[in-house]
Design a protein around this ligand. Structure first.
Ligand SMILES: [Zn+2]
Length: 124
């Protein structure tokens, strides 16, 4: 990660750690809300409760997914591989990392992965 200075790396690490705390708090909050709902659930319409529960799970799984990416990025900082594309090894430019510090792919590979996913999605 020679294209990133120690100062830049530590700023990005700080950003990732702040995001980690925020996501953990969000997950804990949704779980708490779910439990409160389940406890008061007997009085509530079962269908509404199920819908809210599944929305909560979708929220948790999205947050958990991002939290995993944040953890992986922090691990790459520790191993000294942070800021390199996991697919092609190219340097991920700093402006991209500032916007998305957990990014693991360069712009080219990211768009390729996204268009591949969409193509796979629409395939019969
Ligand atoms: Zn790449």
């Amino acid at each position: 990660m020679k294209h990133l200075s120690t100062v830049q790396i530590s700023a990005l690490r700080g950003q990732l750690q702040a995001r980690e705390q925020q996501l953990s708090a969000e997950i804990a909050c949704v779980l708490e809300r779910q439990q409160a709902k389940v406890q008061e659930g007997r009085a509530v319409d079962r269908g509404v409760l199920d819908l809210e529960t599944s929305l909560g799970f979708a929220e948790i799984s999205r947050d958990q997914h991002e939290l995993d990416a944040v953890h992986a990025a922090l691990g790459r900082i520790d191993r000294g591989t942070y800021g390199r594309c996991l697919n092609c090894g190219a340097h991920i430019p700093l402006p991209r990392l500032v916007v998305q510090p957990e990014a693991s792919l360069c712009h080219v590979c990211q768009s390729r992965a996204e268009s591949g996913r969409q193509a796979g999605f629409s395939a019969p």
